[in-house]
Design a protein around this ligand. Structure first.
Ligand code: GCO
Ligand code: MG
Length: 403
C-alpha cells in the first residue's frame, strides 16, 4: 500500500480544528488531528509547506520510519507546532493500518487491558454555590470523577470559569486576546474551603480533581497540596509552570496530594526528570501535541517503570480524532490512570461522526476499524476558520503572568 494524497481540512464548527486526511492507492484513508489551540494556521502551514510533499509514495505501515523522518530530517526538533504536525501524520497512518487490517486501533496497540475507560468531566461556577450545583448535575450524568473550578471571591478572572455563566470555552473570537487579572493569595485562601464544601455535600466516593493552570510558584503549590490533603483529591493539575522540571521536587517533598502535569508538553524531554524521579503521578502529554501514537507508546512505557500513570488532556480543542486515538490508547496500555472528557458540541460531533461513546462515567472507543472517526467534509466546508485567541493573564498590579 502507498500514500497517494494528503489534504488539510481547516474548519470551525463552533471552534477551530485542523484535520489531515491521507489517502492511499487501495482506497483506504486515514485522519489525523493537527489542532493547536490559537495557533492553528502555524501547524497547517508547517504541514503544507514542509511535510506533505514528502509523504506521497510512503508505505503507511512504516510508522516508525516515517515518524523518525519528520522528527529528525528538519534538523530543528521539537516544539508544539512541529510535534502537532508530526502527530497528525502519525495518527492518520495508524488509522490506515488498522483499517487495512479491519480492526479497531486498540487491537494494534496491545489489545484491551480493561473493559472501560474512567473519565473525568468539568464542573464549574462563578462562585462555590454554583460550582457545588454543577458537581451535582454531573453526578446525575453518572460521572465518577469531576474536575471542579470556581470563581474566587475578589478575583476577576479565575481559571476555568465563564464570566457570565455560559459554557466554558477559553478560545475567544475577538480582535485581540482578552487579558485577565489574578490574585494568588486570595485563591490560596479560597481553594481549601471549596473542596471542604464539596466533600461535605457529596461524600467520599467521588473522585475530585482541580486544575491550577500553571499559576503558582513551587512553595505556594506545596501549601495548596498540603491544605487539600484532608479532602483527598485525585490530583491537582499544572500546579506550576513546568518549564523547570526540578521545580516539582519542592512540591513533592511537602505533600501527598497526587500531581498531574503535561498538557503543554510535546516531547519526552519535557518530562523525563518528572518521571524518572517520580515527581508526578499522572502525565498529561497527549497524542496530538506529543508527536502522535508512536512516541506516546514509548513515553507510557517509560512512565510505567516509575509508577506514573496517564491522564490525557481531553479538552474541546482536541478534536474527536484525538479523542478517539486517546480512547484506543487508554484501553490498550496498562498504566492508564484517567481520561479527561469535555464533550464536544453537537455540531462538532456532526462534522466528525464517531464510534466512541460515553456511558455512566466511562467511555468506550467502539469496534469500528481504525480510529472509528470520520469527517463530513461537505458540512465542514460550511464552517470556515475564524481566528480565536486564548486569554492572557496578569497579576492585580499588571505583572504579566501565566494563563
Ligand atoms: C484542561 C486544559 C484546557 C486548556 C486548553 C488550552 O485541563 O482541559 O487546561 O482547558 O486550557 O485546552 O488549549
Ligand atoms: Mg489543564
Amino acid at each position: 500500500m502507498k500514500i497517494t494524497g494528503a489534504k488539510l481540512i481547516v474548519c470551525s464548527p463552533g471552534r477551530n480544528f485542523v484535520t489531515l486526511k491521507l489517502t492511499t492507492d487501495e482506497g483506504i484513508y486515514g485522519l489525523g488531528d493537527a489542532t493547536l489551540n490559537g495557533r492553528e494556521k502555524a501547524v497547517a502551514t508547517y504541514l503544507e509547506e514542509y511535510c506533505l510533499p514528502s509523504l506521497t509514495g510512503r508505505d503507511p505501515f512504516d510508522t516508525e520510519d516515517t515518524w523518525q523522518y519528520f522528527y529528525r530530517s528538519p534538523y530543528w526538533k521539537r516544539g508544539p507546532v512541529t510535534m502537532t504536525a508530526i502527530a497528525a501524520i502519525d495518527m492518520a497512518l495508524w488509522d490506515i493500518k488498522a483499517k487495512a487490517l479491519k480492526v479497531p486501533l486498540y487491537k494494534l496497540l496491545g489489545g484491551k487491558t480493561r473493559e472501560k475507560i474512567l473519565v473525568y468531566c468539568h464542573a464549574n461556577g462563578r462562585n462555590a454555590g454554583e460550582a457545588l450545583d454543577d458537581v451535582g448535575r454531573h453526578m446525575e450524568l453518572g460521572y465518577k470523577a469531576i474536575r471542579v473550578q470556581s470563581g474566587v471571591p475578589g478575583v476577576r478572572d479565575s481559571y476555568g470559569v465563564p464570566r457570565h455563566g455560559e459554557k466554558y470555552e477559553p478560545a475567544l473570537r475577538d480582535q485581540l486576546p482578552k487579558e485577565g487579572r489574578w490574585d494568588t493569595e486570595k485563591y490560596l485562601r479560597f481553594a481549601p474551603t471549596l473542596f471542604d464544601e464539596i466533600r461535605s455535600a457529596y461524600g467520599e466516593d467521588l473522585h475530585l480533581l482541580h486544575d491550577v493552570h500553571h499559576r503558582l510558584k513551587p512553595v505556594e503549590a506545596a501549601r495548596l497540596g498540603k491544605e487539600l490533603e484532608p479532602f483527598r483529591l485525585f490530583w491537582i493539575e499544572d500546579a506550576i509552570p513546568a518549564d523547570l522540571q526540578e521545580g516539582f521536587r519542592l512540591i513533592r517533598h511537602h505533600t501527598v496530594t497526587p500531581l498531574a502535569v503535561g498538557e503543554v508538553f510535546n516531547s519526552v524531554h519535557d518530562c523525563h526528570t518528572l518521571i524518572t524521579e517520580q515527581l508526578i503521578d499522572y502525565i498529561r502529554m497527549t497524542i496530538v501535541h506529543g508527536g502522535g501514537i508512536t512516541p506516546l507508546l514509548k513515553l507510557a512505557n517509560l512512565a510505567a517503570l516509575y509508577h506514573v500513570r496517564t491522564g490525557f488532556h481531553g479538552a474541546t480543542d482536541l478534536s474527536p480524532v484525538t479523542m478517539a486515538a486517546a480512547l484506543h490508547f487508554d484501553l490498550a496500555i496498562h498504566n492508564f490512570g484517567i481520561q479527561e472528557h469535555m464533550p464536544h458540541s453537537e455540531l462538532t460531533d456532526e462534522v466528525f461522526p464517531h464510534a466512541y461513546s460515553y456511558k455512566d462515567g466511562y467511555m468506550y472507543p467502539g469496534d469500528a476499524p481504525g480510529l472509528g472517526v470520520d469527517l463530513n467534509e461537505e458540512l465542514a466546508a460550511k464552517y470556515p476558520y475564524e481566528r480565536a485567541w486564548l486569554p492572557a493573564n496578569r497579576l492585580e498590579d499588571g505583572t504579566m503572568w501565566d494563563w
